[in-house]
Design a protein around this ligand. Structure first.
Ligand SMILES: Cc1cc2nc3c(=O)[nH]c(=O)nc-3n(C[C@H](O)[C@H](O)[C@H](O)COP(=O)(O)OP(=O)(O)OC[C@H]3O[C@@H](n4cnc5c(N)ncnc54)[C@H](O)[C@@H]3O)c2cc1C
Length: 312
């Protein structure tokens, strides 16, 4: 986390003379204009926000009636809402981030359509000589079990070779880009030789409901297909800010979404049909009889392991 100097803050923010009736969220305020570094050149910081935990409860009480205030605390109400997927009230809280990320991360990120985006224009502005170079420990082999994932580490020597190849490639790409600009080629064309490791940036505004959906998909460790490490880094950065801004909703999110798992009807029927715990070998055999699909079998076994129902 780095502090922005006061000179970088917009003048309106330094002008405290205009009081507002809007609720001030202290947990969000402390993250305004404080970038969290992500990867080698990227960052995420909060530009603006609306609402707090109370805003979620307040919106819910419009539908449930003020009477709920007496019988349920805000925390009880917020947790109840999330447990029962009553997500409308979570849309009352909004976050606006400034994010800088490699283009390949942006491509995954942009798939989350329920957000508003305004991106840096490589047609208008010069692309910077900033490319993503992975930390050596995340340079790994292709996984054979998960075609969308990484497996064990390469040797230190191999990692250094990968970094040397990438650095040479990026230098060459950027030199060519500059050469095209010197020839007065339009920026929108000159950039096309730059790779998806080059950095872009955008303003990203999203409500809490959709941000939790993003965080679940990009940070959930129990899902079979995990999100790529590089986008997880950004998810973790935003999760820190959300945890500070709406601590009650965030805790409910951890309990009922991020660290929760779902059981299919087939999983439940299988669990109900025998006594537990059982040996992994035995369970594997019985799963074959129950699930035709290997992937589904593996996923069920994984859930049974998390539930400590199988002995290895
Ligand atoms: C691990 C992982 C791997 C992935 N791999 C790939 C891949 O290989 N290729 C690929 O193309 N994508 C891939 N994706 C992207 C994925 O398919 C989703 O597009 C992305 O996660 C955004 O989810 P979403 O549509 O639910 O979110 P949002 O776009 O934010 O939408 C939120 C919700 O709004 C509703 N919604 C939004 N737009 C529509 C619409 N047009 N029609 C109907 N309902 C809508 C849906 O209910 C949706 O869940 C991957 C995602 C993850 C997490």
């Amino acid at each position: 986390v780095s502090e922005h100097s006061n000179e970088e803050l917009p003048a309106r923010i330094l002008d405290n003379s205009k009081p507002s009736l809007r609720p001030v969220n202290e947990g969000a305020e402390k993250w305004l204009y404080r970038p969290i570094s992500c990867l080698n050149h990227g960052f995420v910081y909060l530009v603006d926000y609306m609402g707090n935990d109370e805003a979620i409860a307040q919106a819910a009480r419009v539908s449930y009636g003020a009477g709920t205030k007496k019988v349920q605390t805000d925390a009880d109400l917020i947790r109840h809402l999330l447990r029962h997927t009553h997500t409308g009230p979570f849309e009352m809280v909004e976050f606006k981030f400034h994010c800088k990320m490699p283009i390949f991360v942006a491509r995954q990120w942009i798939r989350h359509r329920m957000a508003s985006v305004n991106e840096y224009s490589g047609r208008y502005s010069e692309m910077l000589d900033e490319f993503y170079l992975p930390e050596p420990e995340v340079i790994r082999k292709q996984s054979v079990v998960n075609r969308q994932g990484r497996a064990e580490e390469l040797t230190r020597e191999q990692q250094e070779t990968v970094l040397r190849i990438l650095k040479a490639e990026f230098t060459s790409q950027y030199n060519s880009y500059k050469e095209l600009l010197r020839m007065d080629v339009a920026k929108e064309l000159a950039r096309i030789g730059l790779s998806v490791a080059n950095y872009t940036q955008w303003y990203w505004k999203i409500d809490l409901h959709n941000l939790m959906h993003f965080l679940r998909l990009r940070l959930h460790l129990h899902l079979d297909s995990r999100a790529q490490h590089e986008i997880q880094v950004y998810g973790k950065a935003m999760a820190r800010i959300v945890g500070s801004a709406v601590p009650i909703a965030y805790l409910a999110f951890l309990d009922y979404c991020l660290n929760a798992m779902s059981l299919s009807a087939l999983d439940i029927a299988f669990i109900q049909s025998r006594d537990w715990p059982q040996s992994e070998e035995q369970v594997r055999e019985e799963l074959v009889a129950r699930f035709n699909n290997k992937r589904e079998r593996d996923e069920c076994l994984q859930k049974l392991r998390w539930l400590s129902l199988v002995r290895s």
